[in-house]
Design a protein around this ligand. Sequence first.
Ligand code: HEM
Length: 151
Amino acid sequence: MTEANEQEDARRKETVRIGGLDGQKVGGNFYEQVGGKPVFQKLAAEFYKGIAKDEVLRPMYPEGDLGPAAERLQMFLEQYWGGPTTYQELRGHPRLRMRHSPYKINPLARDRWLLHMRAAVDSLALPPLKDAELWAYLERAATSMLNTFED
Ligand code: HEM
């Protein structure tokens, strides 16, 4: 291959690999694509603003300060979507159903959790496909946390 060919080839590969239509870098996992830590921080913070005012859910959270709970949720979601694995390092295996077993999670609790989560996801104004992917997971995860059908 001539040097000119090589250069041309390298340029084309580069274009294919990193060039989005608007010239922005593409690639990376979901965590990176949506904007990394600040986005997950905002998601958890907005969600907990809703929890703080919720008559059904707020009493489930024992701590006066919801900050540490917001941080646990943030770390878990960051890890799930391909970000830092700090959650695992600090809290071990998630075992989320087990960790939620002390709380009464009936359909009402699930719906209220999702209501606040929907508002939090909206606040991120993600591109529609990213929003849909995140939301599908959250809905499924919330339903999997149900542990009673009693009031
Ligand atoms: C369906 C309704 C849900 C309710 C009512 C609920 C409620 C709670 C409560 C009361 C806690 C304890 C607060 C704390 O000390 O951290 C908690 C913890 C947590 N929840 Fe939920 N939750 C729900 C769904 C979910 C879902 C769908 C996820 C994940 C996608 C999730 C992720 C977490 C995490 C990561 C923690 C911290 C676990 C730990 O490391 O101790 N929760 N949740």
